[in-house]
Ligand binder design. Structure first.
Ligand code: SF4
Ligand code: SF4
Length: 350
């Protein structure tokens, strides 16, 4: 049975003693994770502009030092967003990360799907929804992946932690579009300047000019997201799906693809737990009490344990209450069914 380790601690306590994370790692089998010479991607979410609940880089200073001491080569790894915002291209994304203090870690920041989110590598999984997944190109070069996740509620999967960080967070823009949408994007006439760049870059020839207007021919669109990447007017709109169970299953399949070829380990920061994810920028404090930090080598176990521990601490399912329309257990169960990890776990407090 997979093991999950829990260190109870508050946000403020961890700020004062961030070396606790290294002490925890040393007490678990995760200590063997960092190997000499291995390219070690630290998968992280830098928080959208204005957000304050993202994983505080100060928590990671001793961890990065420890990884370097072990001889591994750590770097921060993230991908561009599907939605319009400050993390939609590599330049703005890295500037935001630096603005949020991640420069103090003094390790490279790699946005794995390229300058505009166009770079991907295809990983075959033969899943129910996807025969193959379009992951961020640079992910394939990582030897190991340490997934650092902030537990939050989530508007599409009910909650987000390791599985969401893997599935959505390691996908290229094309992969994110495939997870989030059932239909092709649409051109927003009010924003479109009729430059024709999207049509020139659409390999499927799915963008047509009629008079002075460009539009997408739905039947021809293959959902590659290239038009989203090249349009510098932000005039290509995404038609978001709200089929929550379907999205959850797709996210789980992408998470499965992301873990196929490398060693993975997971740390969930169950601190400053917000109702929405770090792509939002509204909540200035957690809506439940801080729980602590969980560590495991199983993404399903660690997410299930994180939720179980919050329920136990609050004596109610606060996350379900925050998103009553979403059955969050659905994506966890599906993740187990496809072999991503285990619902059962052994919890050890350290
Ligand atoms: S690239 Fe953008 S602005 Fe140019 S035609 Fe396409 S949608 Fe319009
Ligand atoms: S998503 Fe791809 S195939 Fe569809 S219109 Fe845009 S560029 Fe063309």
């Amino acid at each position: 049975m997979p093991e999950v380790f829990l260190k109870r601690i508050t946000y403020e306590e961890l700020l004062k003693k961030p070396d606790i994370i290294v002490e925890c790692i040393k007490q678990t089998k995760l200590a063997k994770f960092f190997q000499k010479g291995s390219f070690t991607a630290l998968k992280i979410h830098f928080g959208e502009k204005g957000n304050t609940s993202y994983i505080n880089p100060n928590f990671l200073l001793p961890l990065v030092k420890f990884i370097k001491k072990e001889g591994a080569k750590p770097y921060l790894f993230e991908t561009n967003t599907l939605y319009r915002g400050e993390r939609m291209n590599t330049i703005d994304h890295i500037n935001l990360a630096l603005g949020h203090g991640f420069g103090k870690l003094n390790i490279p920041i790699i946005i794995g799907d390229g300058l505009k989110g166009e770079d991907y590598s295809e990983v075959a999984i033969n899943g129910k929804h996807f025969k193959s997944c379009f992951l961020a190109q640079a992910l394939k070069d990582a030897d190991s992946l340490l997934v650092l996740s902030h537990l939050t509620g989530h508007m599409l999967t009910g909650f987000g932690a390791s599985i969401k960080n893997l599935g959505m967070g390691c996908a290229s823009r094309r992969g994110k579009l495939a997870q989030h949408c059932q239909v092709s994007p649409q051109i927003n006439e009010a924003r479109c300047r009729a430059c024709g760049l999207c049509a020139e870059n659409c390999a499927a020839r799915a963008i047509e000019k009629k008079g002075e207007k460009y539009s997408i021919v739905i039947d021809r669109c293959v959902g590659c997201a290239q038009c989203l990447s090249v349009c510098n007017q932000g005039a290509v709109d995404i038609v978001w799906s709200n089929e929550y169970n379907l999205i959850g299953e797709k996210v789980a399949e992408y998470a499965y693809a992301a873990t196929r070829t490398k060693k993975c380990a997971y740390i969930n920061f169950c601190l400053y737990i917000t109702k929405e994810c770090d792509c939002m920028n509204k909540e200035k404090s957690g809506f439940v009490k801080d729980l602590g930090v969980l560590l495991s080598d199983d993404p399903v176990s660690i997410d299930k344990a994180s939720i179980d521990m919050v329920i136990k601490q609050e004596a109610k399912d606060a996350i379900q209450e925050a998103h009553p329309q979403i059955d969050y257990l659905h994506h966890l169960k599906y993740a187990q069914d496809i072999g991503l990890g285990s619902f059962e776990y052994k919890l050890t407090e350290i």
